[in-house]
Write a protein that binds this ligand. Structure first.
Ligand code: PRP
Ligand code: URA
Length: 209
């Protein structure tokens, strides 16, 4: 079964409080999601392998480290996942970015895929699937199935907030996928919203309703 990591760094938790607050407007919400995504990426990449190389500093020769592992691919789930991409790219600027377009049918709560475009070498990359919300788990679950069908074999899932129901779905269907969260909330309500959650992530990010 995949691991679930709740990243409880004080800065992440502090900013998440403002993200959750309904008084936080679109501009500030967007900035905070971007910042938290960067902070989470910092934590998620902690186990990246490195190798030692020799360079010349202006003073002397030095053995120092560079990253040596697989190349990274970011896969935001449209729309709301887009809000987390730039914050991660600031830390991992060489990452390639694929997109999976999914929306949740408001009546069935089932995900509907409407777009997919991925880097050609996803089977050689460590992919980080990004979506602020893991609610029923349907969207992330379908996105991960889509990636695996196309050859992906090394996937992490990064969300701001999850419900236990969503975590359970991913752990059952994708035991190879570790999940990284800023918070694991209490439950889903009857409309499939995470409680206490932050409301509709896409609408709050893009100012739609
Ligand atoms: C939201 C969110 C996730 C999905 C989570 O997207 O960004 O993709 O719901 O719910 P689930 O775990 O129950 O599938 P939404 O369908 O509202 O689309 P949007 O990002 O285009 O607003
Ligand atoms: N999608 C959202 O944007 N928010 C939720 O709480 C659940 C699904």
């Amino acid at each position: 079964m995949g691991n679930v990591y709740v990243l409880d760094h004080p800065l992440i938790q502090h900013k998440l409080t403002y993200i959750r607050n309904k008084k936080t407007g679109t501009k500030e919400f967007r900035e905070l999601v971007d910042e938290v995504a960067g902070l989470m990426a910092f934590e998620i990449t902690r186990d990246m392998p490195t190798e030692e190389i020799t360079i010349e500093t202006p003073v002397t020769e030095a053995k120092t480290k560079i990253l040596s592992g697989k190349k990274i691919g970011l896969v935001p789930i449209l729309r709301a996942g887009l809000g987390m991409v730039d914050g991660i790219l600031r830390l991992i600027p060489a990452a390639k970015v694929g997109h999976v377009g999914l929306y949740r049918d408001p009546n069935t709560l089932k995900p509907v895929e409407y777009y997919i475009k991925l880097p050609s070498d996803i089977e050689e990359r460590e992919l980080i699937v990004i979506d602020p919300m893991l609610a029923t788990g349907g969207s992330a679950n379908d996105a991960i199935h889509s990636l695996k069908k196309r050859g992906a074999n090394n996937i992490k899932l990064m969300c701001l907030i999850a419900a236990p129901e969503g975590v359970e779905v991913i752990q059952k269907d994708h035991p190879d996928v570790d999940i990284y969260l800023a918070a694991l909330d209490e439950k889903l309500n009857e409309k499939g919203y995470i409680v206490p959650g932050l409301g509709d992530a896409g609408d709050r990010l893009f100012g739609t309703k």
